[in-house]
Every structure is written in C-alpha cells, then in structure tokens.
Design a protein around this ligand. Structure first.
Ligand code: BGC
Ligand code: NOJ
Length: 812
C-alpha cells in the first residue's frame, strides 16, 4: 500500500493521505536553527542543540502520536478544522504534503476554502517560517477565523518534562501587537527569547495554555477556537503558549496570505532590557522586518532551493532505474546532510535529549557529506579529534554546543580511534588538503595537550596494536561498532547502562571486527604517511597491518566464515560451535572489505555463508541464530527480543559493508541485490508493513525472527545513510575519490546497461557516461576523457572549473 509518490523533478515526496503508518517527517534547517516537521505539521523547533535550546514542546510517546506542532485552526461559521489534519483529524476534501529539500508544504481544502502552508527555515536566519495562503474557492463570501498555536518549551527539554515543581512557576511572556515573546528565564541567566509572530493585525491572542485549550481538553478541542474568540491571556507560570486570532474576510475567489515566524533571538549581556522587565526587541524586530512580506518569504525559499540545487549538483545520477537514481542522486545525500547536522540527537526516535555527537558516528557520517561541504567536514574532523584522549581512545560522544567530550556513554569503545583515520582519509581523498594533518588539535579538549592531527592519527593507529588480547586480536573494551556486544559488562541490575557499566574487566575479550576495521583503514594511514614523507612510519604501518591480517586468518576464521569475537572467558562468538549467534554480519563484511581472504577463497566463502544464513527479503540480519536467552557475558545484544535491533534485526548500517565486499569479488548482481533490499524507495508499495518514510533509510528493519519481520524503525539518523551512499556511489556506480584523482570502477548488476554520473571533484566537473551494453558485472574495456583515450582507471585532478566528458565502456 502506498501513501504518496516521488515527484522527481521537484525533488519532493508527495504524501497524498495524512494517516501515514507513522508520522513521515522532514527536517527544516541546515545551519543553526532546526525544525522537525511531520506530514501533519507536528514536531518541534530548536536552536543548535535539541536538548538545551528547545523552542517548542513535543510529547514523545504521546497518545495519539505526534503530539505538538505548529497548529492552525480554521473556523468557518460553525465548522472548525485543522487543515493539516492533525490534531483534530479533520475530514478534508483534499490533502497533500510535499516534503522537499529543507522545506515542506501542506495543502488541503474544506468547505470551499483552500489552504496552503509552506514551512521552512531560511538560510542565514534563526527562525521557522510558515506561510499560509487561504483561498476562497466557493462562490459566497467567507468570514474566517484563524487561530495559530505553538506551545513553548522552557528551553531545557529534559528539565521541561521533569522539573514541574519549579517549571510551573517560571513561565513568562510579553505580547506586543501580533508578536508573542516567550521569555522564561530571561530575567535571570538566559540572554535569549523566542518570538511567535504574524505579519498582520490580530483580533486577539492567548499565551496561557489552560485558557486557550481548557484544562481537560487536548489539542483537538481548544475551547477558545470553539468559543470563536481569543481571551488575550497572559501566561504566568504553568504552560506558556502562543496563539493568534486573525479574522479574515474572503470574497469568492479571493486569496489572503499570512507569514508566521517562530524565531530565536539573542541579546548581548548589558543590552538585554528595553526597560525594567521589558525585553530588548531589537533582534526580533530586525528578523521580523526581513520576513514581513510574502515576496520576501518566497525569495528566501528560492534561496534555500538554490542552495540545495548547488549541493546536490555535486553528485548526480541518471539511470533507467529511477528508484536508484533518485535515492543515490537526491534523497540519500539529503539524509546524509541531516545526519551530519543532527548526529543521533533529534528524530522521531531520538528524543533530542539523549545523545550528543558520537565519535564513531560523526566520523562515519562524514563519508556521506564530505563531497557536499568539505569545509564543514574539515571543521567537524577537528572538533571530533579534540575529544580524543592522549592514548588514542576517545570520549564516545561530545556535546554540540560546547564541543567537549562527555562521559554520558563513557569511553573505551575500542573501535572509536580507527574511525578517525577513516574520516580524515576520506577528507584528504576528496580535497587533496594534506594541510589538515598539521593542524594543532587538543587531546581531551585540553589545549595544553595539543598536538598535530597527524599525531592523533598515529595514536589512533597504535591504539588497537597496543591493546591486544590472548590471540593477538584487539581488545574490545566497552564495545566495538556493535554497542550491544558488551563483553566486559556482566550486568544483572535492571536499568544499568550496558555501555558504561563494567563489572568485570576481563582484559581478555577480543574483537575480530576491530581487527578487520584496522585492516581496512590501516592502509590509508600508511598511504598518508608515505605521501607526507614519513616512509619509516609507513613501513612500520604496513608490517603491523600484515601482522593483523595474519592474526585474523589464524584466530579469526571459523572454517566457513569469520568469527565475531572472543568473550571474557576466551570463548568464541560467531562460530559454528556456538548455540546461538553462530554467524555475524559485521566481521564478515568488514574483513572482505579489507581484502582479507580475497587471495585464498575465504572471502567468497564468508560472503556465501552470509547469504545462506543471514539474508532475507528485507535485508541481511545481524546474526543467526538470534539469542533466545539473556547472556550475562554478552550484554545488551541478548537483551532484545529475537529479531529486533542488534539481536538479529536487519541493522541496515552494516548491510552496505556486504554490498561493498561483494564488489570486491566483482559480484555486481549480488552487490546490487544487497543494496536494493534495504533501500526504502523499492518498498514504497509496502508502506503499511514498513511504516517509516519511503524516502529515507531506517536504522533497523525487524529481522526474520521477529513477529513484524520487515517493519522499519529509527528512520533518518543512522550510519546507514553514509554507508549506503558510499556503497552505491563509490562501489556499485564505482566513482571513488582517491589520493591522485577519481577512480572509475563500476560493479553493477549485469542488466544495468548504462548510467550517467556527474561528479564535482577538486574544482572540476566530470560527466561520466557508462556503457554496459556488454552486460558485465565488472571490468572496463576503455575510458576516454574529453575524447582522448585514458590509460588506467583514474581520472586526473583537472581543477579548471570546467565540465569534462568521460566515456566508459564496460566489458571483459
Ligand atoms: C542501541 C544501540 C545504540 C546504543 C547507544 C543501544 O540501546 O541498541 O543501537 O547504539 O544503545 O547507546
Ligand atoms: C547505533 C549507534 O549510533 C552506532 O554507533 C552503533 O554502531 C550502532 N548503533 C550499532 O550498535
């Protein structure tokens, strides 16, 4: 069952009925101000940090779902409705929601009154804009009442939903004409306030929630709207809200436009007040003046669209397979930008208060956006590296506002250091900027401990070598990529964190995955050394990598596939000897990606075993058999019911590792099959089961052991975005940035007969047309660059700001 369609020309997903199987959201904002925006206008806004500077309140886990948003109520005589469907679940004569690149539009109609809401965050400003257009499509004049509604959050979202003894007494607002200011805590330590304004005169307003709604009413039955006029209430404590009452007279055929702005404003210390208790409104005035007219708003939307066209122009795809082309060329990259901005903080599955920027996650996210905004990737790398400890390990996450590492999920995840090498290598391959290696970067956010970024990489490289276990494999520490394989935790106390509790420091539990990641990223470290005149260090690195590969072959191989780990007793995990958890996806995908076993048949064996034991119609599950019981010595992985999350769910993040691994074997059909299964677009018709948005990847799809096999959860904020983009763009379509240029090395399904990729790379554009009329999976017969034959498969760096034509003929 479908709930909409892709409008590829407009780069929009068009939702055609409001009752989607889960709220289908979009992200407004790509700089400092953000809004989560669902297809029924639900969601919330925040400035920079979803926990500390939340502008509006949102109720996770609410019934009905999606509680809170920017709501508009319309009243036409006795008829009252919400044109975005929620919160009143109004019956509408028409409804459509278009989610585009950084903006959303909801259009609907009822009673001969057409409604259009365009919502976005303009570039360069800290506000959400909601432009409303009402059109009288009937042949009689209409007297319409419009009531707006937002509910303010008292800034700290965590405190806001826990500390009621204080919060019920601190709410404060100011109202001036059609501008409602939320200024809770401004009298003391805050220098910021929110404004909710409309560019017309109002008949009245409300700022006290109880007055507006009625104490025992929900958003679906605001007393004030039913009574037909506002009360001009001024909130004092309790729950401050912002509601305007506008009266609109519409002749037949007439349209009226309104611009609503929800803004965040700051004043420097010393300029906070206009007079005693009256806030300085200068920044709000400036902001609102800018967006006082529909024309200015339309222009700002055009700017935003131009920004996205520019970004998405850096990598485009044309192919017969429209689903693949739109995902790789548009939506996948869009999602990568969102994960860059949000990390794992705010989505409809991440509450915005829990998780900061992950060390591991942010490095991997980089792979998906470094080609779009390389300067921001550079800054991000330096921020991440500054949270590394002098011994190469790292805080597992850091706080976006302060950029300081924090201990909320502790440290000692022994895979963390290696992802920094991956991120930096990706950045250098994209930009050729070796200068980043000489940047002085603090350790542990302490300037006194600063050293060059190169030294950070060196410590990253050394970390797994210095911390090895009985088999010579890297110790796992708190966990590796799989946060739920907690081999030193031994938690028997409910509520204890699996990631930070360590009741049992074995000094023994080892990870084959970390060894494989080391073998994958190590060669980049060696190459960087070589290219920066550090030959001896490069040789040392090569030796260490070769040694690690030997160790994996010796102690990390189970006969038909790669082992996953050794537990705190030195027992195998991911072996045919185990009762449950005999085979895992991660170590197999990564070992083959690293090239281990390509020379001796193990790689092929491992991937065939993955296919045989782990593959399903919806993707590859994380391991099999699922753990049926809780294992003290394994931790969180065995805490999940079989088929969900890390316990044999289809944890999409690691599926592209297998896709890439398949391309190493030249198996394009298999690689694409793996790609396709987790790609949401191909499951658009199956939305009732899948539930989450057909335009973005989800972190997890329920595995074959689960009752709801095929159902997706945790859409948007997942490493799946970056890795699938790498798998499709660099390994299937095969356009891969490298130190000396752009490698062309497609590995496609044999029935993919042609495709065109345009790629911006180091100051020039390459238009690459690939002809696979030969119907092969891999192999290149010829390449021409601007009409001249090219020897080898590397397009040189041209950097001349021009477009270069590349023709690639595949064949044996
Ligand atoms: C989840 C993991 C996640 C971890 C973060 C666990 O509950 O299953 O996917 O990475 O929490 O702390
Ligand atoms: C989600 C986390 O964000 C990511 O870092 C981790 O690798 C996966 N879960 C697997 O546990």
């Amino acid at each position: 069952m479908k709930y909409g369609y892709f409008d590829d020309t407009a780069r929009e997903y068009v939702i055609t009925r409001p009752d989607t199987p889960y709220p289908w959201i979009n992200y407004l904002g790509c700089e400092d101000f953000y809004g989560l925006f669902s297809n029924t206008s639900g969601g919330y806004a925040f400035y920079r940090d979803a926990r500390m500077l939340r502008l509006t309140r949102y109720r996770y886990n609410n019934v009905p779902t999606d509680g809170g948003g920017r709501y508009f109520y319309l009243r036409d005589g006795g008829d009252i409705w919400t044109p975005s469907w929620m919160p009143m679940k109004s019956e509408l004569d028409r409804y459509e929601c278009r989610h585009g690149m950084g903006y959303s539009m909801i259009s609907s109609a009822k009673n001969g009154l057409a409604y259009q809401q365009t919502s976005f965050v303009p570039m360069g400003d800290t506000c959400e804009i909601h432009k409303l257009v009402l059109t009288n499509e009937s042949d009689a004049a209409k007297d319409i009442d419009i009531f707006s509604f937002v509910e303010f959050c008292l800034w700290n979202a965590n405190d806001d939903m826990t500390n009621f003894q204080r919060n019920f007494s601190i709410g404060e607002v100011e109202v001036e004409g059609s501008r409602i200011y939320h200024k809770t805590e401004y009298r003391e330590r805050r220098n910021h306030y929110a404004v909710w304004a409309v560019n017309t005169t109002v008949a009245g307003f409300d700022t006290d929630r109880q007055t507006f709604l009625g104490l025992y009413n929900g958003f679906d039955h605001p007393e004030t709207v039913f009574a037909g006029s506002a009360n001009n209430s001024i909130a004092s404590g309790w729950a401050p809200v912002g509601s305007h009452h506008i009266k609109a007279k519409l002749a037949p055929g007439e349209s009226k436009e309104y611009v609503f702005v929800l803004g965040y404003c700051e004043n420097p210390d010393g300029q906070k007040w206009e007079s005693l208790g009256v806030i300085n409104k200068a920044p709000a005035n400036a902001l609102l003046e800018k967006y006082a007219t529909s024309e200015a708003v339309d222009k700002a939307l055009e700017n935003l669209q131009a920004y996205w066209s520019g970004l998405l122009g850096k990598f485009t795809v044309e192919a017969e397979d429209k689903a693949m082309a739109r995902m790789a060329g548009v939506w996948n990259q869009y999602q990568c930008m969102v994960t860059f901005n949000m990390s794992r903080s705010a989505s409809y599955f991440e509450s915005g208060i829990g998780r900061g920027m992950g060390f591991r996650d942010s490095n991997q996210d980089l792979l998906g956006f470094v080609h779009l905004v390389p300067e921001r990737a550079r800054a991000r790398i330096l921020d991440i590296a500054a949270t590394q400890f002098p011994d190469g390990s790292a805080y597992h996450q850091y706080q976006p506002l302060t950029k300081r590492g924090n201990n909320e999920v502790g440290s000692g995840f022994n895979d963390d250091p290696l992802w920094l090498i991956l991120g930096v290598a990706a950045y250098i391959k994209e930009t050729g900027d070796y200068g980043i290696l000489d940047e002085m970067v603090p350790f542990d956010n302490n300037e006194e401990l600063a050293d060059t970024l190169f030294v950070h990489l060196q410590r990253s490289f050394n970390h797994p070598l210095e911390k090895t276990g009985p088999h010579g494999l890297p110790l796992i520490g708190r966990a590796d990529w799989n946060d739920c394989l907690n081999l030193n935790c031994f938690s028997a106390t409910p509520g204890e964190s699996f990631q930070t509790t360590a009741n049992f420091e074995s000094g023994v539990a080892e990870s084959v995955l970390i060894a494989a990641i080391f073998a994958f990223v190590g060669p980049d470290y060696a190459e960087i050394c070589r290219r920066t005149g550090r030959k001896e260090e490069a040789d040392r690195a090569d030796k260490a990598i070769a040694g690690m590969i030997e160790t994996v072959k010796k102690h990390g191989w189970d006969g038909d596939w790669f082992l996953r780990a050794y537990d705190a007793y030195g027992k195998k995990i991911g072996s045919h000897e185990c009762e449950d958890g005999k085979i895992f996806i991660e170590s197999n995908g990564f070992a083959v990606m690293a090239g281990i076993g390509l020379d001796d048949g193990r790689a092929k064996k491992a991937l065939d075993a993955v296919k045989e034991h782990l593959d399903t119609p919806y993707g590859i599950v994380l391991q099999q058999p699922a753990y049926k019981e809780y294992h003290l010595e394994l931790g969180e992985i065995s805490s999940y019911p079989p088929g969900y999350k890390e316990n044999a769910g289809i944890f999409c993040h690691n599926n592209p590792w297998v896709t890439i691994a398949e391309t190493m074997l030249g198996r394009g059909d298999r690689a694409f099959d793996t790609y396709r299964k987790i790609c949401p677009t191909y499951r658009e018709d199956d939305s009732l089961l899948r539930r989450t948005e057909p335009y973005v990847y989800a972190q997890m799809v329920a595995g074959k052991d689960a009752v709801r096999h095929g159902e997706a959860k945790n859409s948007w904020l997942t490493g799946t975005a970056a890795w699938t983009f790498v798998s499709i763009s660099q390994y299937i379509l095969g356009i891969r940035p490298a130190y000396d240029g752009l490698v062309v090395d497609p590995c496609v399904p044999s029935d993919m007969k042609s495709f065109v990729v345009t790629r911006h790379f180091r100051g020039a554009d390459y238009r690459i047309s690939v002809d696979n009329s030969a119907g092969v999976e891999k192999g290149i017969k010829s390449i021409t660059l601007d009409g001249k034959p090219l020897s080898g498969q590397v397009l040189p760096v041209l950097g001349d700001g021009r477009v270069h034509e590349v023709v690639v003929v595949m064949g044996r």
